[in-house]
Design a protein around this ligand. Structure first.
Ligand code: HAM
Length: 434
C-alpha cells in the first residue's frame, strides 16, 4: 500500500500549485496578520497540548453533540488513561486557566491561539477536514455585552484586514439556564408532536437535549426545525436586555448583522450571545468562523464562576475564501542573490561570501550542483531570485564579478575586493540597480 496521508488531512507545502490554499507562505501571512491584530486588541497567546483527558471534552462540549458522540479521536495510552486529540480549543484553554489559577492574576484574561490543529472524525469533503486549524480567542472575566462585541469586532477586523468582503454575520441569543428551561419544554411539545417523523439522532436528542435538534442537518428534520418555536419569546429581561445591548453596540461599530433565531451552534457550552460568520464562496461548508458566550463552562469544569466569550475561525476556510475573492498575496520572491560557482576555487569563495552576507540578513543562496550555467540561471529565474552571480576561474583571475539582475537583464560589475567589505554596501549598491 502506498504511504499517502490518511483521508481528511493534508500537507502544507512551500508552494502548492494544485491546491494553492495549502501553500505555507499564505498560512504565514495569515498567522502574522492575526497575531498583530490580536495584540492590538490586548489578547495574548496561549498554547495547550495536542491531547487532553477525554473527560474534559465530554464534560465541556456535551456528550450529545456530534463532536463528542461521533467525531473524537480517542485512545487509551499505556497507562490506561483515555485521551482525546483536541477537537476544539475552548475547553483546553479553560482547563489551563483553572490549572494555573490565572483568575488570581488579573480580573480579565484575553487569550488567543493561532494555527492550532483540531481533530474531528468528520466526513471529509471540500472545506471539511479531519485535521483543521483554528485561530481562536477566549476572553474570561466579564459579562458585559461590550465583551461580546469586542470579540465579534476582533474577528471582523481580522477578516477585513486580510481583505475579505461580503461576509455575513448572523447572531442569536440562547438566553440563560432559566430561559432555556422554559424554551426546552416548548421544544419538547413541538418536536414531541412529530417525534416519529424526526431522524433517529433527533429522536434521541428529544430525550436528552432538544435544543440540539435545531442544529440538525438531516433533511427529515428540516421542516420541523423551521416551524419550531423561537427563543425570543422565552427570554427573561436580563437576557433580553443583554441581547439588545449587543445589537446596539454592533450598530455603533457599524458592523452589519442579521438575527438568526434558530442559530444554536454545534457545541453545548453556549449561553446568551452566539454568532456565526459565513462566506458565500465556500459552498456547503460556508461557516468561516463562529463563537459565543459560555458563562457557565468555567465553573462546570471545576473553576471559579466567571463569565466568558470566545470564537474560533478555520484557517483553511479563511485562506480558501481569500483565494476565491482574489485577495491572496503573491508568493514571496526567491533569494536576493543566487550564486552560481563554476569550479572548486569559485565554490570556496562563494560559500564564505554566502555565509558573511547571510550574517548581515541578506537572503543569499548558492547552487550546490554541477549543472551548466544556463540550467542554473533557469533555476534562479524559476525561484524568482533577484540577482544572479556567476563566478568561475576567469572572474577570480580578473578579480571582478558580474551580478545579473534577472528581471531586467541589467548587469553590474564589482571588484572582488569590494565583496570583502561591508556587505551592506554591496546590498545598497545592488538595491539601487534593481
Ligand atoms: P466551531 O464552530 O466548531 O467552534 O469551529 C470554528 C470554526 O472552525 C468553524 O467556523 C470552521 O471555520 C472551522 N472548522 C470547524 N470544523 C472544521 C473542519 N472539520 N474542517 C475545516 N474547518 C473546520 C469551535 O470550535 C469553538 N471552540 C469556537 C469557540 C471558541 N467558541 C467559543 N470560543
Amino acid at each position: 500500500m502506498a504511504l499517502t496521508a490518511p483521508p481528511g488531512v493534508f500537507d502544507i507545502l512551500p508552494l502548492d500549485a494544485k491546491e494553492p490554499w495549502r501553500s505555507s507562505y499564505l498560512w504565514q501571512h495569515v498567522k502574522q496578520q492575526i497575531r498583530s491584530i490580536a495584540h492590538v486588541y490586548g489578547f495574548r497567546e496561549i498554547v495547550t497540548p495536542l491531547f487532553e483527558r477525554t473527560e474534559l471534552f465530554k464534560r465541556g462540549i456535551g456528550e450529545d453533540t456530534d463532536v463528542v458522540s461521533k467525531e473524537m479521536y480517542t485512545f487509551e495510552d499505556k497507562g490506561g488513561r483515555f485521551l482525546t486529540l483536541r477537537p476544539e480549543g475552548t475547553a483546553p484553554v479553560l482547563r489551563a486557566f483553572i490549572e494555573h489559577g490565572l483568575h488570581q492574576q488579573a480580573p480579565i484574561h484575553k487569550l488567543y491561539y493561532v494555527g492550532t490543529p483540531m481533530f474531528r472524525y468528520e466526513r471529509s469533503q471540500a472545506g471539511r477536514y479531519r485535521q483543521h486549524h483554528q485561530f481562536g480567542a477566549e476572553a474570561i472575566g466579564s459579562e458585559s455585552p461590550e465583551l461580546d462585541v469586542e470579540l465579534i469586532d476582533l474577528l471582523c477586523t481580522v477578516y477585513r484586514k486580510l481583505g475579505l468582503r461580503d461576509l455575513k454575520l448572523a447572531i442569536n441569543t440562547l438566553g440563560d439556564t432559566h430561559c432555556r428551561a422554559k424554551y426546552r419544554s416548548a421544544l419538547l411539545d413541538h418536536f414531541g408532536a412529530c417525534k416519529h417523523a424526526l431522524s433517529e439522532d433527533s429522536q434521541r436528542r428529544l430525550e436528552t437535549n432538544p435544543l440540539r435538534i435545531l442544529d440538525s442537518k438531516d433533511p427529515r428534520d428540516k421542516q420541523w426545525v423551521q416551524t419550531a418555536p423561537r427563543i425570543d419569546a422565552y427570554l427573561n429581561s436580563a437576557c433580553h436586555d443583554h441581547f439588545q445591548c449587543v445589537q446596539k453596540l454592533l450598530g455603533e461599530l457599524s458592523i452589519p448583522f442579521s438575527i438568526e433565531a434558530r442559530l444554536v451552534r454545534g457545541l453545548d457550552y453556549y449561553n446568551r450571545t452566539v454568532f456565526e460568520i459565513a462566506a458565500g464562496e465556500l459552498g456547503a461548508q460556508n461557516s468561516i468562523g463562529g463563537g459565543g458566550r459560555y458563562d457557565g463552562l468555567l465553573k462546570m469544569l471545576g473553576g471559579p464562576n466567571l463569565p466568558a466569550m470566545g470564537f474560533g475561525t478555520g484557517i483553511e476556510r479563511l485562506i480558501q475564501t481569500m483565494l476565491k475573492q482574489n485577495i491572496a498575496p503573491q508568493a514571496p520572491s526567491g533569494p536576493f542573490i543566487f550564486i552560481i560557482p563554476l569550479g572548486a576555487a569559485a565554490r570556496k569563495h562563494a560559500f564564505t561570501w554566502m555565509h558573511r552576507w547571510r550574517q548581515c540578513g541578506l537572503s543569499v543562496d548558492m547552487s550546490l550542483s554541477e549543472k551548466k550555467v544556463g540550467k542554473e540561471l533557469q533555476y534562479a529565474n524559476q525561484m524568482q531570485a533577484c540577482w544572479a552571480l556567476v563566478i568561475g576561474d576567469d572572474e577570480l583571475r580578473q578579480e571582478a564579478v558580474e551580478f545579473k539582475h534577472l528581471a531586467t537583464g541589467t548587469k553590474k560589475k564589482i571588484a572582488i575586493e569590494n565583496l570583502h567589505g561591508d556587505p551592506l554596501n554591496l546590498c545598497k549598491h545592488l538595491h539601487i540597480c534593481s
